[in-house]
Ligand binder design. Structure first.
Ligand code: BGC
Length: 781
């Protein structure tokens, strides 16, 4: 196992907080990502409140989930059907930077002396707090606290509270607060995974005004032609102050200069409230009015009550979602950080999803990938199914765009884009983009798992079934029965999950997952036919579905080509994979990883090298289809050639290693997954969190050490803990019940916290739990 032990974190090992003690400017870039506060809609990157002078080590950003600018994708040698217009999450106006001038001296940590510096992301209370004692002009000391929120209950609202107290002097304080509409995105960078083709300044300012402490800025993107508005207002605890506010529309700036006399040992507080709405959420002409209403309400409620709301929201969140891991506080911290970050990243309004980097940075252009369905969705399905539902509704809302894309590529049905925001295919490199046709089946898989866990037939009738049918139709059209493969249904020229192998025939993952899609489609067709005539007819009419087409899907599913190599006793990743030369990864110098930044793709494609699990992911997802021997043989075959160059890799290896009783290995993979961003293990946390990896961390606890499986409609557990973990507990929701699992090295306790009764299994021993009941089992070691 390579590259799994690495650097030390700078954070204290606190279980509920991420704490930076002492100022670490050398880590600024990465810390900006970690200290983001977001609420699934609005994301405030963790930039310093007083700004960071070295722009090569800082990226100031505020994002709105799903709000994007378009750009033209240009190819010197293009081709038919290549993605032509990209969408990238656009960096909107900044409201979180202040200039603070104390007795004529500008507050900056690069001058004077820092007597105290603590920055804390408080995951129980949903706030970022910075506490500083700064000494300047030789001896003057001032105490400053900044507190920043992205309101979880009011997604269009955020607030920053600044409290200032001169400790050993009295003097004049000036705070300059702004709406700064000059934000821009990172343009192309050396790392192909970061930067977009968006214009340097992608906005037109269409409105800007201010009135004392209140101001508004409205901008429109130049290409996507989408408007957003940002309104701010300030609340002060100070009776006598002087305020000058002014607008410079040319400079896209609304400025407020607030000045007051501060007395020694007195505390002065200023709260800035801000609200954002976009034309993606509401009609353009309502933006200003809605911002104003939000701000008015916020001022009425006040900062303390907004904090109280955060606490209440998070109490419910943690009540459902918390995972306790005893044995290593750094792991406990990391797992909570992962779950908190997932909450912060996830769109809940049906028009947004989870970007690969959440709302924290510029990596991957703010695009949504299969990361959402395969890596992150399980966490929501089993802890907050109502959020999983909204994520799937978002996919439903992109179905028309997916139909158009299928048509453009001369196929029937619908083809989802590999990466997108509003529905367009945004991948400019089709071998690892459009060719990943498995994206459809990944979405279907999530729908299937959601439905099995919730029995939400209403969702299936109104949204889910249509996606499943259109996807089945697409796949039936994509492949064909090949005579030379004994008449089996084959799918040619696709890329599976492993992006170090591209454009192959019969990728096993794709074929199996397509089979699952077709079978599920046929099952839903019968279910609707039998249980809901109205919904059945509506869908049949809309999609022109017939019994014949369903018969064809069944025939394809029954005759799908499912590769197996009897000599090696493994599933070959695709038709050509096992004939390629195997690469001894230990021969590659460490500085060559990730290979995609140092090797030409053609070079990589020529070898048996995997960026991430492909066959092994398949075995994990469709576990009930494979034997223990299949798992073992394939694990032994694929593990040595996997680089884990994708952060999506190690969680899956961890989960499967538990089943193979390779517990220490499982722990190493898990630790790597859980600490990915806090320890910056891939050296790119500065570009944003690894959201899929965080979803993987949850799966590694619940499906890995908890051994949970959901195949065959029964919730089963085969728990096992490694040496470094003494105890885990988690909760899952399944068919209206809430089950708590508590695992130690030698026993497991299952409690039914909500619901009438449920049938569970512990290492193949089936048992029933009634409401409130707990049962304990011994774990054989
Ligand atoms: C992985 C993909 C993933 C993407 C976004 C790539 O490095 O190979 O599987 O979807 O990152 O996270």
């Amino acid at each position: 196992m390579r590259r799994l032990s690495k650097r030390q974190a700078i954070f204290l090992p606190d279980e509920w907080n991420i704490i930076e003690e002492g100022f670490h400017p050398e880590k600024n870039f990465m810390l900006e990502t970690i200290f983001t506060v977001a609420n699934g809609y609005l994301g405030l990157r963790g930039n310093l409140d007083e700004d960071f002078p070295d722009k090569s080590q800082s990226f100031k950003a505020t994002y709105i989930n799903g709000f994007y600018e378009e750009y033209d994708i240009t190819y010197p040698e293009g081709g038919y059907g290549f993605a032509k217009r990209g969408e990238a999450m656009v960096n909107v106006a900044d409201v979180k930077t202040f200039e603070i001038i104390i007795d004529g001296e500008k507050f900056t940590l690069f001058n004077g002396k820092i007597n105290k510096y603590v920055r804390k992301l408080d995951m129980r209370n949903g706030r970022l707090v910075r506490e500083i004692i700064w000494e300047f002009n030789s001896s003057k000391k001032i105490y400053i606290i900044f507190e920043r929120l992205a309101c979880l209950k009011r997604q269009h609202l955020g607030a920053i509270n600044i409290r200032i107290k001169p400790l050993n002097f009295s003097g004049r304080i000036k705070i300059v607060s702004k709406i700064d509409g000059n934000s821009s995105n990172l343009l192309e960078t050396e790392d192909v995974r970061v930067g977009s083709g968006i214009e340097k300044f992608p906005f037109e300012t269409i409105k800007a005004y201010c009135d004392k402490l209140n101001g508004f800025l409205m901008q429109k993107t130049k290409k996507s032609r989408l408007s957003y508005g940002c309104m701010v207002d300030h609340g002060l605890s100070i009776k006598e102050f002087f305020c000058k506010s002014f607008v410079d529309k040319e400079k896209n700036l609304v400025t407020f200069e607030i000045e007051f006399d501060a007395k020694q040992n007195m505390e002065y507080s200023l709260t800035k409230y801000f609200s954002y709405f976009t034309q993606r959420d509401v009609e353009e002409d309502l933006i200003e009015e809605l911002c104003a209403a939000e701000i008015l309400e916020a001022k009425k409620i006040g900062f303390e009550n907004l904090l109280k709301e955060q606490r209440e929201f998070l109490e419910t969140f943690w009540e459902n979602a918390d995972v306790v891991v005893k044995g290593d506080p750094k792991i406990q911290q990391a797992i909570r950080f992962s779950l908190f970050s997932l909450l912060q990243s996830t769109g809940r309004n049906g028009i947004s999803n989870i970007a690969a980097k959440g709302l924290t940075g510029e990596g991957y252009g703010g695009h949504y990938f299969w990361d959402s369905e395969i890596y992150i969705m399980p966490f929501f399905i089993y802890t907050h199914p109502e959020i999983a539902r909204m994520l799937l509704i978002h996919r439903y809302n992109l179905l028309d765009a997916a139909r158009q894309r299928a048509e453009e590529l001369h196929h029937r049905g619908a083809l989802y884009p590999w990466r997108t925001i509003a529905g367009k295919e945004c991948s400019a490199y089709f071998p690892a983009g459009t060719a990943q046709y498995h994206i459809n089946a990944d979405i279907v898989y999530a729908i299937k798992k959601y439905f099995e866990a919730t029995d939400d037939l209403d969702f299936i009738k109104n949204y889910g079934a249509e996606i499943v049918f259109e996807s089945a139709r697409f796949y039936a059209d994509l492949g064909h029965f090949s005579e030379e493969k004994d008449g089996k249904f084959c799918i040619f020229c696709v890329t599976g999950p492993d992006e170090y192998t591209a454009l192959v025939d019969n990728n096993a993952y794709t074929n199996y997952m397509v089979q699952m899609n077709l079978e599920f489609a046929a099952r839903l067709y019968s279910l609707l036919k039998e249980t809901d005539k109205e919904a059945f007819e509506r869908l049949c009419n809309k999609l022109k579905l017939s019994d014949e087409e369903i018969e064809l899907w069944k025939k394809i599913a029954n005759n799908m080509y499912l590769p197996y190599n009897a000599k090696l006793k493994i599933i070959p990743q695709d038709d050509s994979f096992i004939y390629k030369k195997r690469f001894d990864l230990s021969k590659i110098p460490e500085d060559q990883f990730p290979l995609l930044l140092h090797w030409h793709y053609l070079d990589i494609y020529r070898y048996q090298i995997c960026k991430q699990p492909d066959v092994l992911l398949l075995i994990y997802l469709l576990r009930e289809k494979f034997s223990y021997e299949d798992l073992k043989n394939n694990y032994e075959y694929y593990e040595p050639i996997t680089t884990h160059d994708s952060s999506l890799s190690s969680a899956i290896f961890s989960i499967l290693a538990v089943e193979l009783n390779l517990l220490e290995k499982a722990y190493e993979y898990f630790r790597y997954t859980a600490r990915m961003d806090l320890d910056d293990l891939n050296d790119n946390t500065k570009d944003g969190i690894h959201a899929a990896c965080m979803g993987g961390a949850w799966q590694a606890v619940v499906f890995g050490f908890g051994g949970m499986r959901t195949g065959n409609g029964l919730l089963s557990f085969s728990p096992r803990l490694p040496k470094n973990i003494d105890y885990i507990s988690f909760k899952v929701k399944y068919k209206g019940c809430t089950i708590k699992g508590e695992i130690t090295k030698n026993k497991a306790i299952y409690t039914l916290l909500a619901g009438e009764a449920i049938l569970l299994s512990h290492y193949s021993q089936t048992f029933e739990l009634k409401s409130g009941q707990a049962k304990e089992f011994v774990i054989e070691t």
